[in-house]
Write a protein that binds this ligand. Structure first.
Ligand code: GDD
Ligand code: MN
Length: 370
């Protein structure tokens, strides 16, 4: 019988996933150090680049050409640390998957220990931690340090993740653990480790290994307001996502804010002795326009409209809202006729209106892909 796949002398043991965005100058020294650190382990590196303008991908290909252990996944038109890591994991066949930053801030000499903790010591997951005896955040400034500690405490409380450093981006995990969590992952934002632990159907056996977070030599951190915002959304999703999509919750929250704006404008108009109809129309216009821009930068931030499509989007948002208002009043009237309770009828109308507006605007205005 012929064998299709001759078994190699040494099968692949570990894939090192390296998410990168503008890290061209860090790649070569990183691979060199990983190679030295993983002496005796059969490894491959998956560099996942989100089409960095600094030429990170071509630099990676240059290395890959002379060293087949180095591979590259280049994503076009997408951003996100977590989703990059997941795609790197999916592109590898290794039984153990490690994740390390591409900017030399994580101490690669910890990699073999992370690997052994999973491959040989029966752990599901091994995490490099900065917050234990022997670990440290290096010289992060006080405000970044405070922010990190706050987020750590928050996620420990909310997710019941028994880890000293749930925000760590440096860890190794068994492939089947990732596969079990995969259908439940949010893949939003920066915190893939937290996502993995919170999405695992079983309680994981976790090892923690201390290391010192290094300073950056080249390039800049991608941590910004958007990363912080996505962290908040990830937390929300992990807490309430089972019941309602977080996007819908945000849409409804923006809607309630719109109601406040509406009443304020209406009240102001009446106080300024405008005729009711005029003040009411003004209030509708102001509230709807405000809601559109808030939803555009918050609720649908990942498909944010810009330029000409922004104004087209606004027009379609008005149209969707108009239909929603008709449905709202119609349903309200029916409930009122049947039950005769004004507030129940009002709430029923609003509920139908919100669900309609959410569903229709996510299809028509923002064109959410499913
Ligand atoms: N592909 C891809 N796409 N890579 C990204 C993206 C993205 O959208 N954003 C950031 N990266 C890459 C960076 O190039 C870097 O290699 C790594 O992800 C971490 O990003 P930094 O911008 O350097 O983050 P940091 O230093 O502030 O924080 C990191 O270290 C912390 C401590 O372990 C992150 O990994 C945190 O998650 C981690 O807690
Ligand atoms: Mn960094």
């Amino acid at each position: 019988m012929t064998r299709l796949f001759p078994s190699p002398a040494s099968p692949l043991e570990l894939a090192v996933i390296i998410p990168v965005l503008n890290e061209a100058d860090n790649l070569a020294p990183l691979i060199e150090r990983i190679d030295a650190a993983l002496d005796g382990i059969v490894w491959e590196a998956l560099i996942v680049d989100d089409n960095s303008p600094d030429g990170t991908a071509s630099r990676a290909r240059l290395m890959a050409r002379s060293d087949p252990r180095v591979r590259i996944v280049q994503r076009i038109g997408r951003r996100g640390l977590s989703s990059a890591v997941i795609e790197g994991m999916l592109a590898s066949a290794a039984p153990v998957l490690a994740v390390i930053d591409g900017d030399l801030q994580h101490d690669e000499t910890l990699l073999p220990k992370l690997y052994w903790a999973v491959a040989e010591q029966g752990n599901d997951l091994a995490v490099g931690t900065r917050y234990q005896e022997g670990g440290s955040t290096g010289d992060w400034d006080a405000s970044r340090e405070r922010m990190s500690r706050f987020a750590t405490a928050l996620s420990r409380r909310l997710l019941k993740a028994e880890m000293s450093d749930p925000m760590s981006g440096f860890f190794a995990v068994r492939r089947d653990v990732v596969e079990a969590a995969m259908p439940h992952l949010s893949s939003i934002g920066f915190k893939i480790l937290m996502d993995l632990v919170a999405s695992s159907p079983t309680r994981l056996k976790i090892a923690e290994l201390p290391y010192t977070f290094r300073n950056r030599l080249h390039g800049t951190s991608k941590f910004d307001a958007r990363v912080a915002q996505e962290f908040a959304i990830l937390l929300l999703e992990k807490m309430f996502g089972r019941f309602l999509p977080v996007r819908f919750l945000m849409f409804a929250m923006v809607g309630s804010l719109g109601l406040v704006v509406h009443l304020a404008v209406l009240g102001g108009g009446i106080a300024a002795t405008l005729p009711f109809q005029f003040a009411q129309s003004l209030a509708v216009a102001v509230a709807m326009t405000g809601n559109f821009f808030l939803n555009n930068s918050l609720t649908f931030r990942d498909m944010r409209l810009r330029g000409a499509s922004l104004w087209r989007g606004l027009a379609s948002f008005y149209a969707v809202g108009l239909v929603g208002a008709i449905g709202n009043v119609g349903v309200g009237a029916v409930v009122y006729r049947l039950e005769g309770i004004w507030w129940l009828a009002g709430l029923a109308g609003v509920a139908v209106g919100v669900v309609w507006n959410y569903a229709a605007s996510s299809v028509v205005t923002w064109r959410v892909k499913r």
